[in-house]
Write a protein that binds this ligand. Structure first.
Ligand code: PHE
Length: 425
């Protein structure tokens, strides 16, 4: 068990189901682009390791399985780290062709304005039945006829890589013909381009700007997931950078075969609702979604078109540093100790940065905005390693007093000693 109380207490919140919550509205906008799909929005977040990893073909040594990345309740049970945990059961239960799952997911991760250990994903999948060609001579032809039903868009899409790459994105040749995969890839890409166009057109309208909008640019890039092949990510050019908005691919056929539907083939995608809601409303900090402050919640209405979020004020930031020596045992070899500041110190087996993040979250709740490694040092004689983390304390709702931030920081320091056995400097 490595799941702290603050995480367990997030389970009942279900932001994706709260009326007029921006996460729920974002979900509804995307759902409206898939009118024929069945929706599943109340699946329980506690799942087995089998559901979350094994059923999807994650190798046993996949880093996602580790206790530093995933919240375990016991050795066989986790808080789902992605909505894909429900693929197998949904394929098995759902005889219709398409489904959407929206749900809270849980990951141990960094603390900053775009990462929170609980967030929300939407998974979508569409499959076709080989035994129901409805008049077409091949399944590929039927899929291509379905492509024609997707609304057309006029945006520029860059898609440079061939659908199939023999090593990185192989055809599942035992199960699929190249024509079937090409047809499914076209259907998948066109469906998701339609979603992105809908979202970003709404975002442009929400900004209320009368200046000529930059035309929307999107691109497909190769990706890797254990449970799809070939796989892609969709990126959108937004405020001068390429942003990854979703992952997707052709479902690994053993998942469908094991779910009792070997005659079906299809695609799946997964996207993060926070990322999209932040773009749609221009929300600057992911912690805001958890706020119960009326100054936040009252700005969103399901019944009227999205408007840009108006920040209610920016309260002062308070930076504090903590430096400590790692326990001697966790750093046996000083010679391989360097590495840039941006890298997680990984040469120390018993220390993981996510543990520092979690202690900060437990002590400070949402009063911590950012925790960052700012210095790293190896003592030339003893080989011991020292780290310095900088914490930014800031409330989204009020000004913190000095007393309060000093108190939080002192408790953070003490918990680092108690839980990680570090020595404060
Ligand atoms: N589950 C993947 C993630 O969390 C996204 C994904 C879903 C990719 C479905 C492919 C198919 O990153």
């Amino acid at each position: 068990m490595n799941t702290p109380p603050s995480i367990l207490s997030a389970i009942p919140r279900r932001l994706h189901l709260q009326k007029d919550h921006p996460i729920a509205i974002t979900r509804q906008i995307i759902e409206s682009r898939f009118p024929d799909f069945t929706t599943h929005n109340t699946l329980f977040p506690i799942v087995s390791v089998h559901q979350n990893f094994d059923s999807l073909g994650f190798p046993l040594d996949h880093p996602g399985r580790s206790r530093t990345d995933t919240y375990y309740l016991n050795k066989d049970t986790v808080l789902r780290t992605h909505t894909s945990a429900h693929q197998a059961e949904t394929f098995a239960a759902n005889q219709s062709s398409g489904y959407l799952i929206s749900a809270d997911v849980y990951r141990r991760d960094a603390i900053d304005r775009s990462h929170y250990p609980v967030f929300h994903q939407m998974e979508g999948a569409m499959t076709w039945d080989r035994t129901a060609l409805s008049g077409y001579s091949t399944l590929a032809e039927k899929i291509l006829a379905d492509v024609e039903k997707i609304p057309r868009h006029g945006i520029k899409v860059e898609d440079l890589n061939p659908t199939i790459h023999p090593e990185r994105n192989p055809l599942q040749s035992e199960f699929h013909s190249p024509e079937e995969v090409e047809a499914m890839a076209t259907h998948l890409k066109r469906s998701l381009e339609d979603v992105v166009v809908a979202i970003f057109t709404t975002a442009a309208q929400a900004s209320g700007s009368t200046a000529p909008q930059q035309p929307l640019k999107v691109r497909w890039v190769e990706a890797y997931f254990p449970f799809t092949s070939p796989s892609w990510e969709l990126e959108v050019y937004w405020q001068d950078t390429w942003l990854e908005v979703l992952g997707c691919g052709i479902v690994q056929q053993p998942i469908l075969n094991n779910a009792g539907v070997p005659h079906r083939i299809g695609w799946a995608f997964g996207l993060g609702l926070e990322r999209i809601a932040m773009l749609l409303y221009n929300i600057p900090d992911i912690r805001l979604f958890w706020s119960t402050d009326a100054r936040f919640l009252s700005q969103f209405k399901e019944s009227s078109p999205p408007k840009q979020f108006i920040p209610f004020s920016k309260y002062p930031a308070c930076f504090k540093d903590v430096s400590f020596w790692l326990p001697a045992s966790s750093h046996p070899n000083p010679t391989n100790a360097s590495g840039g500041l941006s890298q997680t110190p990984s040469s120390t087996p018993s220390f993981h940065e996510n543990d520092v993040m979690e202690i900060a979250r437990e002590v400070c709740g949402d009063l911590v905005e950012d925790v960052r490694l700012v210095d790293e040092f190896v003592h030339p004689k003893t080989g011991r390693k020292s780290l310095c983390y900088r914490t930014n304390y800031r409330s989204l709702e009020r000004t913190l007093t000095n007393e309060e931030t000093n108190g939080l920081h002192e408790r953070f320091r003490q918990q680092l000693v108690a839980k990680l056995k570090v020595e404060l400097r």
